[in-house]
Design a protein around this ligand. Structure first.
Ligand SMILES: [Zn+2]
Length: 306
C-alpha cells in the first residue's frame, strides 16, 4: 500500500514538472493565500472552485465567499488521502455539502475516507445502488457516522450561503440503463458568474436537461465524463455556451479520455480547455464578476497528447 502511494506521489511530481500549462509558483502561492482569505467570512470574498488532480476521476472542492464548503466526488480509493489532505491544507474542518455524483469508483472511491475525516453537513447520492465493495464502504462510513443519505435529483437546492445559488438539475429520471446517467448535475451561480458540474452525465441526461428547460448557460463547464465522446453533445454545449471548459482525467488513461471529438467541439467554439492531466489541480476563483484560473489552458492538440 505504502509503495503504491509512493508511486502515485512520484507520478504527481512528474505530472507537475511536465505540465505545459504555464503554472507558476508565484501564482500558486498567491492562490493559496486567497484560499485562506476566502475562509474568512466576507460578503465581498471569492468563490473558489478547486478541481483537485485525482488522476482518472473527479473531485471538486468549492468554498463559498461566506466560508461554506461543498465537495463533489472524491476520486478513486487511492486518492482519498490526497483529497482529505488537500482540503485540510486549506484549513477546512467541515464539509457542509458532500455529493457523490454516481456510484462509480472514480467518483466515490475516496468518499469513505472523506466521511471519516471531516464533519459532514448533508450528504447526497442518486437513488441507485451497485454491488461493489467501494459502494459498500461508502454506505458503511455514512452509517458509522450516523450520516443520512439524501437523494440527489433535479430540483434539489443546496445552501452555500449568501449570494451563492446551487441547484441540482439532474438526474431527471428515476431509471437509466447506464449508471453514468444517474449523475447529479449541479449548477452553481455567484452573482454574475456560473459553473456547471456534470459528473459523468451522458447524452441521455443532457437531452433531458435541455427538454426540461433549465437555464444551462454557464461560464465554466466541467466537461461530462472526463471528456468522453458519450457526453458533451453539440446541442448541450451550445446551450451551456461556456467561456471555459475543465476536463478532469488522468494522463495516459485507459479510456482515451478526453476524446478527440469532444476536444474538437470545444476548439471549434474557441473555448479554452483546462485539463487536470496537463495542469494538475486547477483553481478557478470568482469575485462575482470575473473568473480567474491559477494555470493557463492547454494547447489544442486533439489526438496528439494521448
Ligand atoms: Zn467517471
Amino acid at each position: 500500500m505504502f509503495k503504491k502511494i509512493a508511486i502515485f506521489g512520484l507520478i504527481f511530481v512528474l505530472f507537475f514538472s511536465l505540465a505545459g500549462c504555464g503554472t507558476s509558483t508565484t501564482n500558486f502561492n498567491q492562490s493559496q493565500n486567497e484560499v485562506q482569505n476566502a475562509t474568512v467570512k466576507s460578503e465581498d470574498g471569492l468563490l473558489k472552485v478547486h478541481f483537485i488532480d485525482v488522476g482518472q476521476g473527479d473531485s471538486i472542492f468549492i468554498e463559498s465567499p461566506g466560508g461554506r464548503t461543498m465537495l463533489i466526488d472524491a476520486g478513486v480509493p487511492e486518492m482519498g488521502k490526497k483529497v482529505v489532505d488537500y482540503i485540510k491544507s486549506l484549513g477546512v474542518t467541515k464539509i457542509d455539502i458532500l455529493v457523490g455524483t454516481h456510484p462509480h469508483e472514480d467518483h466515490i472511491g475516496g468518499m469513505d475516507r472523506v466521511i471519516e475525516s471531516f464533519e459532514i453537513g448533508k450528504f447526497y447520492m442518486p437513488k441507485v445502488t451497485t454491488n461493489t465493495r467501494t459502494f459498500e464502504y461508502v454506505l458503511n462510513a455514512a452509517k458509522n457516522k450516523g450520516l443520512k443519505i439524501d437523494v440527489a435529483k433535479a430540483g434539489v437546492t443546496l445552501d452555500l450561503g449568501h449570494s451563492v445559488s446551487a441547484e441540482m438539475i439532474a438526474p431527471n429520471s428515476s431509471k437509466y440503463d447506464d449508471l453514468n446517467e444517474y449523475s447529479a448535475v449541479i449548477k452553481l451561480a455567484y452573482k454574475s458568474t456560473s459553473f456547471l458540474f456534470t459528473g459523468d452525465a451522458g447524452a441521455e441526461s443532457e437531452k433531458e436537461m435541455i427538454e426540461r428547460g433549465y437555464d444551462l448557460k454557464s461560464d465554466v463547464l466541467k466537461v461530462g465524463h472526463h471528456g468522453s465522446s458519450t457526453s458533451t453533445t453539440a446541442s448541450f454545449l451550445d446551450d451551456v455556451s461556456p467561456k471555459y471548459a475543465v476536463i478532469s482525467c488522468g494522463k495516459g488513461n485507459d479510456y482515451g479520455h478526453p476524446h478527440s471529438s469532444t476536444l474538437k467541439k470545444l476548439r471549434n467554439r474557441n473555448i479554452p480547455v483546462y485539463r487536470t492531466d496537463e495542469c494538475g489541480t486547477i483553481i478557478a476563483s470568482s469575485d462575482g464578476q470575473n473568473i480567474s484560473f491559477n494555470v493557463k489552458p492547454g494547447d489544442y492538440t486533439p489526438g496528439q497528447k494521448n
